[in-house]
Design a protein around this ligand. Structure first.
Ligand SMILES: [Zn+2]
Length: 277
């Protein structure tokens, strides 16, 4: 059985995932605080990353939810893409970024071979970056589901990307046995009195849709346009008796996902013994 996956919060949407000997990075952002002029808004970054790009080490694949927003891919993040062995993102982003960047449509799978010969399946998932009809304004976004194909004891990891709760997320819940959700929250507001990433209500919908999953919020810090914090999520989950489902990792923190302890049901154990890592 492989070592338990490790999740390190770098800051904003940037998370290091170590699984099966592979090192993956979500939306790379390493710039210091500053301002970014987008066509419709000026985004203001208020805190730098917990780790600099050069401290991250070699990356087997960047999982880039979209390239068109500076809070998901900033200047240093763009430079970082060239250093990663692989980059997976939307088809639109791949055509803009070029090089070795691979575009995926929702539900399209790719696989990456781990150093130990194991196979990690990566499936792109749909995302809607705001209310119904936002797509022409927001541009395309994808999420990702990660599944180690050679280890039956591990449920999938779902990275939502920038999205609100909607039917597409419910479909991810129907198609995959997810044990860990990296939930892009923060209730971002840049275009009006509506949110573009998950708010507390959306996160609670997701917690119910993925009943076997631990919810790790990301994309809740470092930017002025984020209107809800990880603490807001904690208070909302506590109020609804769901605090045990939420796991907040502070920027700079690393958490080891002890899936063997919290996932294997009694029947799973009898069928396939779980060994300590
Ligand atoms: Zn975005």
């Amino acid at each position: 059985m492989m070592n338990p996956p490790r999740i390190s919060q770098i800051g904003g949407p940037t998370v290091l995932i170590e699984i099966g000997g592979l090192r993956l990075l979500t939306d790379p952002t390493f710039d210091p605080p500053g301002e970014y002029r987008l066509p419709h808004v000026v985004l203001r970054k208020v805190a730098g990353p917990a780790l600099a790009a050069k401290q991250i080490g070699p990356i087997d694949a960047v999982l880039l939810s979209h390239d068109q927003h500076a809070d998901n891919l900033d200047h240093s993040g763009r430079e970082f893409l060239a250093t990663a062995a692989r980059v997976f993102t939307t088809r639109a982003a791949a055509s803009r970024l070029g090089g070795h960047v691979v575009g995926l449509s929702p539900w399209e799978p790719v696989s990456v071979t781990a150093p130990d010969g194991g196979e990690l399946e990566i499936v792109a998932t749909p995302a809607r970056h705001g209310p119904a009809g936002i797509e022409p304004l927001s541009g395309d976004v994808v999420g990702f589901v990660l599944t180690m194909k050679n280890d039956q004891n591990v449920r999938s990891i779902y990275i939502t990307g920038d999205t609100v709760w909607y039917e597409g997320i419910a479909e991810v819940a129907r198609r995959f046995d997810v044990g860990l959700v990296l939930l892009f929250a923060g209730s971002a507001q840049t275009r009006g009195p509506f949110h573009l990433t998950m708010d507390t209500n959306d996160a609670i919908e997701a917690a119910h849709a993925f009943p076997n999953a631990t919810i790790v919020p990301v994309h809740t810090d470092s930017w002025a346009h984020l209107t809800q914090s990880a603490q807001d999520l904690t208070r909302a989950f506590e109020a609804l008796g769901l605090a045990h489902r939420l796991n907040v990792i502070e920027p700079g923190g690393t958490w080891t996902w002890r899936f063997d302890a919290d996932q294997a049901s009694a029947s799973d154990r009898s069928r396939s013994p779980v060994h300590a890592p």
